[in-house]
Design a protein around this ligand. Structure first.
Ligand code: NAP
Length: 500
C-alpha cells in the first residue's frame, strides 16, 4: 500500500496503524455507501498527532472512482430515502445523538489525538456536535408547505418542500465532529443522500461518526465518508457528474471561491461557511470584567482555531488600559501543553505550517510597531505550540488585522467613538461574526444594525448554538446552518398550480 501524509512535515509510517485505529474504536477503511472497504488504489493517509508530530495511525484514501461509486450508491437510494417517514429519519438522528453522547469520552480522545486541542475542548465539541443531530431530529418532522388562494381567486397555490438530492459535504479539521454533524443533521432530516469528504488531517472522527449513524439505523447508501489525499481529484469527479445536486462547504474563503466556480457548471445548490475576521468591540460603557470573560471565550475556545474566533480587539480609549491589563493577566495564566493531559487549557495548533503562520503574523505586528504584552513565541517542545499572546498598539497596516490568525493571539487597537469602531470593524472582506460589549441598550441596537456580519455576540463571547442560524455575509459565505432555517439548505420548494 502507498502511504500519503496529510501533514506537510511528516512522512513516516505509523506502527501497526490498523491496530491503533481499531483500538481507538475506528474502522480505518472507507465508509462507502455504508460498506467498509479499502480505497480502490490501495493508498492510505497518515494521521498525525500534533502533540508529538508523530504518525498516529492511517486510514484508507479514496480515489475519484471511489467517489463515483459512492454517488452511485447515493443516487440509487435517493428516491426511497426521500420517501421514508420524517419520524424515522428523526429517530435515526436522535439515536445517533445518544450514541455520541454515551461515547463522549472515547470520541473526545480521538478528536484531541488527531486535532490537538485540549480534552475539555473536545468534550465540548462532542456535546455541541451531537446537539446538531438532536436539533435536526426535531426539525425532520416539521417540514411544511403552504396552501393559498391566488390573488385573482382563480387558482390555488400549493407549495411543498422536497429534498435537494445527493449532496457533497466538505469539512475542515478544526471541528472534526461538529462541522460534519452540522451538515449531516439537516441533510438526513430533509431526506438527502450525501457524501462527506472530511479534512485529510482529521478523518478518524468522521469515520467514528459514520459508524454511529450506521448503528443508529441509517440505511446503506445514504451516507459515504471518504477521506482522501486527493481532495481536488475526488471532488472534481463528483462536480462533473450531474447526479450531484448540492455542495455544502466549510473551510477557507480561498477554497470556497474555487468550489463556487466549479458549482456553476452544473448550477449546484451551494452553502458556504468560510473564513472570518471577527472584531471584538469593547465600548466605553462596557462591563470590563464581563468583556474580559467574553474575550477569553471568543479568543481561546478551540485554541483560537475557529472561524468565529475574535481576530481583532477594538477597545475604547477610556477602558483600553484596564481591559488590556486584565485580559493579558488571564491569557498569561493559561496552561498550555499536550491536549490529552489533564488540566491543559490550550492545546496544540494543527501543524507546523499553522504555528509558523501565527508566529509570522505576530512578528509582522511587532515590526509594524505593535507592543508585545504577553506570549509571542512557541514554547519548547516537539508539538505545535504557540503561547497565548496579547499585543497592543497594533497599527492598521499590520497583516494580523486583515488575515485570519487561527491561533491564541489577540491584537488590540484603540478607538475613540462609535463611528470609528464601526469603520474599523467593517473594514474587511469577511463578515461572519462580531462581538460587542456595551451596557447601553440603544447603542447595542444601533451598532448591531451597522455591523456587516451574519452574527453578533452581544455581551456574549460565544454565538455557536444549534438553535441559531449560523453563517456569514460578504466573503464569509452564504447560507445558514442550524436554527429553524438550517434545513432549508437541503430542501427545494415545489409549487403546484391548482385550477378550481
Ligand atoms: P481548507 O483548506 O479550505 O479545507 C477545508 C476542506 O476543503 C478540507 O476538507 C480540504 O481537504 C478541502 N479542500 C481543500 N482544497 C480543496 C480542493 N481543491 N477541492 C476540494 N476540496 C478541497 O480549510 P481548513 O484550513 O481545513 O479550515 C480552516 C478554514 O475553515 C478557516 O478559514 C476557517 O475560518 C474556516 N471555517 C469556517 C467555518 C464557518 O462556519 N464559517 C467553520 C470552521 C472553519 P484537505 O483536508 O484534503 O485539504
Amino acid at each position: 500500500m502507498n502511504t500519503i501524509s496529510a501533514h506537510a512535515s511528516n512522512d513516516t509510517r505509523a506502527s501497526d496503524p490498523e491496530r491503533t485505529a481499531r483500538d481507538l474504536g475506528v474502522d480505518p477503511r472507507l465508509f462507502l455507501g455504508g460498506r467498509r472497504q479499502d480505497g480502490s488504489a490501495g493508498q492510505t493517509i497518515v494521521v498525525e498527532n500534533p502533540a508529538t508530530g508523530a504518525a498516529l495511525t492511517e486510514v484508507a484514501s479514496a480515489t475519484p472512482e471511489d467517489a463515483l461509486a459512492a454517488l452511485d450508491a447515493a443516487d440509487a437510494v435517493q428516491e426511497s430515502w426521500a420517501a421514508t417517514a420524517p419520524r424515522e429519519r428523526g429517530e435515526i438522528l436522535r439515536r445517533a445523538y445518544q450514541i455520541l453522547t454515551d461515547r463522549s469520552g472515547e470520541l473526545a480522545r480521538i478528536i484531541t489525538l488527531e486535532m490537538g486541542k485540549s480534552l475539555d475542548e473536545s468534550r465540548g465539541e462532542v456535546a455541541y456536535g451531537a446537539d446538531y443531530l438532536r436539533w435536526f431530529s426535531e426539525e425532520a418532522v416539521r417540514i411544511s408547505g403552504e396552501w393559498k388562494v391566488n390573488a385573482a381567486g382563480t387558482a390555488r397555490v400549493l407549495t411543498m418542500r422536497q429534498p435537494v438530492g445527493p449532496s457533497l459535504l466538505i469539512t475542515p479539521w478544526n471541528a472534526p465532529l461538529a462541522m460534519p454533524a452540522r451538515k449531516i443533521g439537516p441533510a438526513v432530516a430533509a431526506g438527502c443522500t450525501m457524501i462527506l469528504k472530511p479534512a485529510a488531517q482529521t478523518p478518524l472522527t468522521a469515520l467514528f461518526l459514520a459508524e454511529a449513524l450506521a448503528e443508529a439505523g441509517l440505511p446503506e447508501g445514504v451516507l459515504s465518508v471518504l477521506p482522501t489525499s486527493d481532495a481536488g481529484g475526488l471532488t472534481d469527479a463528483l462536480f462533473a457528474d450531474d447526479r450531484l445536486r448540492k455542495v455544502s462547504f466549510t473551510g477557507s474563503t480561498e477554497v470556497g471561491r474555487m468550489l463556487l466556480r466549479k458549482s456553476a457548471d452544473h448550477v449546484l445548490r451551494t452553502s458556504m461557511e468560510l473564513g472570518g475576521n471577527a472584531p471584538f468591540i469593547v465600548c466605553s460603557d462596557a462591563d470590563v470584567d464581563a468583556a474580559v470573560d467574553g474575550a477569553m471565550l471568543a479568543k481561546i475556545r478551540n485554541n483560537g482555531e475557529a472561524c468565529v474566533a475574535a481576530n481583532r480587539f477594538l477597545v475604547h480609549a477610556d477602558v483600553a488600559e484596564e481591559f488590556s491589563a486584565k485580559f493579558a493577566d488571564r491569557m498569561r495564566t493559561l496552561r498550555t501543553g499536550d491536549g490529552s493531559e489533564p488540566g491543559v487549557q490550550v492545546g496544540l495548533l494543527i501543524d507546523a505550517a499553522q504555528r509558523d503562520k501565527v508566529a509570522g503574523l505576530v512578528a509582522d505586528a511587532i515590526a509594524q510597531g505593535g507592543r508585545l504584552v504577553t506570549g509571542g513565541s512557541s514554547p519548547e517542545g516537539t508539538g505545535y505550540f504557540f503561547a497565548p499572546t496579547v499585543l497592543t498598539d497594533v497599527p492598521a497596516n499590520a497583516r494580523i488585522n486583515s488575515e485570519e490568525i487561527f491561533g491564541p493571539v489577540a491584537p488590540i487597537r484603540v478607538f475613540h467613538d462609535d463611528d470609528e469602531a464601526i469603520r474599523i470593524a467593517n473594514d474587511t472582506e469577511f463578515g461572519l461574526v462580531a462581538y460587542l460589549y456595551t451596557q447601553d441598550v440603544s447603542r447595542a441596537v444601533r451598532l448591531s444594525e451597522r455591523l456587516q456580519t451574519g452574527m453578533v455576540g452581544l455581551n456574549r463571547g460565544l454565538v455557536s448554538d444549534p438553535a441559531a442560524p449560523f453563517g456569514g455575509v460578504k466573503q464569509s459565505g452564504m447560507g445558514r446552518e442550524g436554527g429553524s432555517t438550517g434545513i432549508d439548505e437541503y430542501l427545494e420548494t415545489k409549487y403546484v398550480a391548482l385550477a378550481v
